[in-house]
Design a protein around this ligand. Structure first.
Ligand code: 5GP
Ligand code: MN
Length: 343
């Protein structure tokens, strides 16, 4: 576990010195990216700081209810305004990623900015594109790590309902509501802090997990019955969805969230891959059970990354080409996949 006190002091010095602070999440932000961004925003605003927020691209539907989300500027929507924000900021804090290509179309502007750059994250394989990296891969979420950092900055747990809900969303989404991921006793001590503020756990659960459209449920059924391929020999399953499939079910951003997890509930399956066709490339998600590292798999074959049991990447090819390349990779990694030890 990361020795936080030293980092907290350094972070505190930068926050004290900064005039304009900009918080940035990763492209296609998930609940943890937005949760940690909003939590830090609420904390810094309460301390009188001048803070702005930026996302490289659009937000998913299931996080749009969160307090403060409307203040997140979308780079691909308001490029000129966002470029101005980037150039005016003297401190940039990036949350929940450690590879600069996760900045999407905002990458160049942010890397060229003269601002001091800090990354707060929990992914494996840290890279060096920031001036200060505060990363702890033993944490279930950036939000959990951030809560401890902010408690250190504040001298005691900082609590407001919007802040607590944001940290909570980060934790429940990155752990699939405590179904997977590296949550620990520390996670539940954080949850205890959050519960003490009186957050409405049931309301947040419903907003995050029970807020789907009927079309999304039908897309899920279609994906499982028509687009799921079981490779029994390799203890592997993959699901693919084409642009046409998405159109047929009136796809909205976020609709395929969680699909990749489902095949892991099939007995004997240790590796699940999900492919979705985008404009000129295929977005991939990977999940595993046991020792087989999908973070290494994503890094080796798809220039991606993530965590040992949850990762992702992109592949610039057709769906057919991507699947064939994936199958080759699975054959090459056969022994580490089929020997993935499950408790
Ligand atoms: P998901 O499959 O839920 O999109 O992502 C699973 C994990 O892999 C997340 O921690 C996410 O940040 C990471 N991830 C997803 N896509 C990419 C990618 O293209 N590059 C890298 N480095 N990480 C990714
Ligand atoms: Mn995360």
């Amino acid at each position: 576990m990361l020795e936080l006190a030293k980092y907290t002091k350094e972070l505190s010095n930068h926050l004290n010195r900064a005039g304009n602070i900009l918080l940035i999440c990763h492209v296609n932000p998930d609940g943890d990216a937005i949760g940690s961004q909003l939590a830090l925003y609420h904390y810094l605003v309460s301390k009188g700081k001048n803070v702005e927020m930026l996302s490289p691209n659009y937000l998913q539907e299931f996080i749009k209810w969160m307090d403060g989300v409307e203040k997140i500027n979308i780079f691909i929507k308001d490029r000129a305004f966002c470029r101005d924000l980037i150039s005016k900021s003297d401190l940039i804090i990036m949350l929940d990623f450690n590879q600069s290509n996760r900045l999407g179309e905002a990458e160049k502007d942010i890397l060229n900015s003269k601002a001091f750059k800090i990354v707060i994250d929990h992914h494996l394989n840290s890279f060096d594109f920031a001036d200060l990296l505060i990363s702890d891969p033993s944490r279930c979420s950036t939000s959990e790590l951030l809560h401890e950092i902010i408690s250190g900055l504040n001298g005691k747990p900082f609590m407001s309902t919007p802040y607590a809900e944001a940290i909570y969303v980060g934790i429940v989404t990155d752990t699939g509501n405590f179904d997977h991921g590296s949550y620990t006793g520390a996670t539940f001590r954080t949850i205890a802090d959050l519960m003490d503020t009186g957050i409405d756990r049931e309301r947040v659960f419903n907003l995050v997990f029970n807020n789907f459209s009927a079309d999304r449920m039908k897309l899920q059924g279609f994906a499982l019955s028509e687009r799921m391929v079981v490779l029994e020999k390799y203890h592997t399953v993959y699901i693919f969805l084409t642009r046409e499939d998405l159109k047929r079910f009136n796809y909205r951003k976020g609709d395929t969230e969680g699909f990749v997890n489902m095949p892991l509930s099939i007995s004997g399956i240790v590796f699940s891959a999900f492919f979705v066709e985008k404009d000129g490339y295929v977005k991939l998600s990977f999940r595993s059970k046991g020792s087989f590292s999908v973070s290494e798999f994503a890094d080796k074959y798809f220039k991606g990354g993530g965590h040992k049991n949850a990762s992702g990447g992109d592949h610039y090819d057709t769906m057919e080409g991507t699947i064939s390349y994936f199958l080759d990779a699975v054959r090459k990694e056969e022994s580490s996949i089929i020997n993935s030890s499950i408790r």
